[in-house]
Structures are given as C-alpha cells and as structure tokens.
Design a protein around this ligand. Structure first.
Ligand SMILES: NC(=O)c1ccc[n+]([C@@H]2O[C@H](COP(=O)([O-])OP(=O)(O)OC[C@H]3O[C@@H](n4cnc5c(N)ncnc54)[C@H](O)[C@@H]3O)[C@@H](O)[C@H]2O)c1
Length: 476
C-alpha cells in the first residue's frame, strides 16, 4: 500500500501481452471511524452508485476491506439480487462468491434510495455510464440523474468520487457546483470531490484491482488526499495522487484514445499486408519484439462502452484532434470493409444466408453497447442478406431482438458465409461439415488462422488472406 505522486516504473504491457504482477494484500485490520476523516488505517461507510459490471465488484472490494457498503441502483432487480446475496453479473470471475461473502458478513446491502444512502455515507463513488448521443456528444442522462439522486444526502465531510470516464473538466465544471449547491457546502473545505478513473477489464476485475496503479485527482489538495487514502484502504495496487482532477480525467482519455488510435493503425497495416501479400499477424508479432513497439491487433471493429466512446469524449472538448477523429472513422469503417469483401467473395449479398458469430462487443462479456455486430447485422440485412446469429451469452429472443435469426450451436445450416465478430475460443471447435454450402469464413478477429477448412471454403482475415495464412501456419 503506497500513495505516490507519479507511478513508479511499471512494465509496458505490450498491448496486453505481458501479464503484470498481482500485488499481495498487505492491509492490516482497519479501525472504524465515524465520521471518517481520511485518517490512514481507518474505514467508514461507503456508497457505490451504479451496481453494474464495474460498480458491483468495487462494492465487494470495499466491503472486503472493512468498509460498510451500500450499493445504489435504479434497477430494483439489481437491488433485490444484492440484498439476497447474489450477483446479477454472472460472467465476472470471483464476483458471485464475493457478493455472497460480504453480504453474509453484513457489510454489503443495496437500495434504490440514493439520497438516504449518501446521507449515511462518508464516501460516495459514482460509476454509472456516460454514453454518446447521436451527434457523438456526451450523453449525461445517467450521471446527471445519479448526481441529482445523491444531492438530497450530500453533507459536510462527504467525499464524492467519480469513477466513470468523463470529459476533461467535468468533475470541477459540471458536477462540483451541483454538489456544492445541494447542501450549501464548499469544495475542498467541507465537501471533498475527486475523479479516479475505472481502468478495469471485464473478466479480470479483481486481478486488475490488485495490479493497475489507481489514479486519483481531486478538485483541491484535501479532496485528493482523502480520495487517495480511501483507495489505499481498499486496494493492493499503488495509488497515484495526481495534481488535479483534470489530469486524472485526461489520463483515462489519453490511455483509451491511444488504444483506439493504435488499433486504427493496426487496421491500416492490415490493408497494406493484404496488398503486399503478407500476414499482418506475423508482421505485428515481429515488430513488437522491439520493446518500444506496442502495436495492437486489427479487427472487424472496436466495441463496448469504453474504447469507441472515450475518444469522442476527448473530441467533444478538442474537436481539432485530427488523428483521433481519423482513427475513430477508420475503426468504424471496418464493418463496411467486411461487407464489401463479402459482397465481392459471394458475388452479391441478395438472399445470401450469412451467420454472424458473437453479438456481444467481445467474447465472455454480456454487453451489447456499441457492439460492432449490431451495424454488421443491420447492414448485411440492408444489402439483402439473410442474417443468422449465435452468441453463447444470448438467448434466442435476445438474438431476435437484434434483428437476426437465432442459430443453435451444433445444428446444420445453409450458410454461404460465416463472420466471426468476437474471438470466442468456441469458434475453433466449429464443425464445418455442418455447412455444405459454405464459401467464405470471414475471421473478424484473426482468431481462426490455424483452423483446418474444407477445400471449398475461402479464409478471409483482417490482413490475413488464404495464401498468407497458410504460410503463417506452416511449421517453422
Ligand atoms: N464495463 C467495462 O469494461 C468498463 C471498464 C472500465 C471503465 N468502465 C466505466 O464504468 C462505467 C460503468 O460501466 P459498467 O460496465 O459498470 O456499466 P453497467 O451498464 O454494467 O452498469 C451500470 C449500472 O448503473 C445503473 N444506473 C444507471 N443509472 C443510474 C442512476 N442514476 N443511479 C443509480 N444507478 C444507475 C444501471 O442500472 C446499471 O446497473 C462506464 O461508463 C465506464 O466509464 C467500464
């Protein structure tokens, strides 16, 4: 447990290829303090507003470290599940056990009454989504209503921490005045407000909490201090107390925008690889053997409510950022490129039965927000294709709701093309004899490069073609 002013040397994660070390927990038994004033070694009462895929694990993490936690959610089913000791998020490893454990210990409960929960709390963490509207501007409806909902419980001594990714300046410019006005308080004097970005990866949340440096920036020194001490009491990772809320807000946008731009570059490299007849995966792996090269993976698109959203949050305040805007367009164009390729391979899409594998934005995470499968299905349908889809995390009704015919894994099918939109390992077990009419496998995540295909099926990857794929798969 350390609070530092800048991160100590951390290994470059080389686009996710290095597994960073997980810090062991070194927390002693905490002392309860009421009210909690940010004294190291003490714990108090915390409220987490938004008990979703990120908020619920945070609530568990805080409660495991001795905090008395109330999770607030507008969804009564979420509240009921938590109060029964169950996690409504089923895919996060360790979460179901964590909720059961801290609920049984009496340190986690849930409510829809945000004001009452905030009134009783020392620390309020807000983690509800900020999305985009149709003009790619921030859509604050959930966060505005979350802030409004706690305002009746704002009181002297409360520390409010925003973990949701925000445009630079929002903690101080948009939300601080509302919180101050709610109870006639003054920021950094009797009300403490900070931004601390959620940097976790669904599916590895608890490991990430013990690993990734936690960035914290307040609207003043006491806000930064209290927020940093709070995280130091619950996390095993290094806590980085930054100079201000804006620096912390910007860090999150810089990290995620970098990834979007990096993926766009990989997608451009994939086009070059196709033109010159080499396998882009081979090129990237070789380039990344130089420690300064961290090229990410090309693919059919970037989905989820993080990476495709945050560059727009940055652009909303800095519309002159040309590289960022171009990268966004490049990544979004990947679906159109896939459709053009399928059209060419099949000689048109009219009435062509096509199976899309993977509807969630990535494998093993039940999240459809900004999934590239949705425009893919929509546009294939627009071009006349008969679109079928399968996702191990979705029911037939959920598939139908997304405008595709449900395919049952293991059934035969009349498909002329299969498009993988996620890199689910399950696809590798596909039995191609079930699809006698299959002409094209469009490998949207380059995850099936090594799979044996019937002679009549053409492989098309992103920067990996039938000919280059064979070369890459050949023994060395
Ligand atoms: N999911 C990720 O992989 C990820 C990764 C890093 C950061 N984040 C950040 O976390 C934020 C939340 O993501 P998530 O995946 O947990 O979202 P989620 O959709 O899984 O959960 C959001 C929860 O907030 C609740 N909610 C909405 N409005 C509310 C309100 N006014 N008051 C109380 N509850 C409300 C919803 O009912 C839902 O349970 C994102 O916007 C992003 O900034 C997410």
């Amino acid at each position: 447990m350390t609070i530092v002013s800048s991160p100590s040397r951390v290994p470059s994660f080389l686009g996710g290829t290095i597994t960073p070390p997980v810090n062991a927990c070194a927390h002693g038994k905490p002392r309860s303090a009421s009210p909690w004033m940010g004294e190291p070694g003490t714990v108090g009462r915390a409220v987490v507003v938004g008990a979703g895929k990120m908020g619920l694990p945070l609530a568990v993490q805080f409660a495991r470290h001795g905090w008395d936690v109330t999770a607030v959610d507008v969804n009564p089913d979420v509240v009921a599940a938590v109060n029964a000791g169950h996690s409504h998020v089923t895919e996060e490893p360790g979460l179901a056990e964590g909720v059961a454990e801290v609920h049984a210990a009496g340190r986690l409960r849930a409510t829809t009454d945000a004001a009452a929960a905030a009134r009783a709390a020392d620390v309020a963490v807000l983690i509800v989504p900020v999305m985009l509207d149709d003009a790619h501007q921030p859509d604050y409806r959930y966060m505005d209503s979350a802030v409004e909902s706690i305002s009746g419980g704002v009181h002297a001594g409360l520390t409010v921490i925003f973990e949701t990714t925000l445009p630079v300046g929002d903690t101080r410019g948009r939300f601080l005045p509302r919180l101050e006005a709610a109870a006639g308080l003054h920021g950094d004097e009797d009300l403490f407000v900070a931004f601390s970005p959620e940097r976790l990866y669904s599916g590895a949340v608890f490991a990430n909490l013990a690993t990734y440096p936690k960035l914290v920036g307040g609207i003043g020194p006491e806000s930064t201090r209290r927020a940093a001490v709070f995280y130091d009491s619950v996390l095993d990772a290094e806590i980085v107390a930054m100079s201000c809320a804006e620096a912390a807000e910007f860090s999150k946008l810089a990290d995620t925008t970098y990834r979007d731009v990096n993926i766009a570059l990989a997608n451009e490299f994939a086009r070059v690889a196709d033109r010159v007849g080499v396998d882009v995966q081979e090129v990237i792996a070789a380039a990344n053997s130089q420690p300064y090269s961290h090229i990410h993976q090309p693919g059919i698109g970037v989905g989820g409510h993080c990476i495709p959203v945050y560059p727009h949050l940055l652009l909303s305040r800095a519309p002159d950022l040309e590289v960022v805007a171009t990268a966004r367009r490049t990544n979004d164009a990947q679906v159109g490129n896939a459709i053009k390729s399928l059209e060419t391979q099949l000689g048109g899409l009219d009435d062509a039965p096509i199976l899309v594998l993977g509807l969630t934005y990535r494998e093993n995470v039940k999240e459809l927000a900004y999934s590239r499968a949705l425009p893919l299905i929509d546009r294939l349908g627009f071009h006349g294709a008969e679109v079928w889809a399968y996702d191990p995390l979705l029911s037939d009704e959920e598939v139908e709701r997304n405008c595709a015919r449900p395919y049952r894994w293991g059934d035969p099918g009349p498909f002329r093309a299969i498009v993988t939109q996620t890199g689910d390992k399950l696809w590798r077990a596909m039995d191609f004899s079930l699809f006698p009419q299959l002409e094209v496998l469009y490998d949207g995540r380059n995850s099936l490069r090594e799979v044996e295909l019937p002679a009549a099926v053409r492989y098309v990857g992103i920067g990996v073609q039938a000919a280059t794929r064979r070369r890459a798969a050949a023994p060395r």
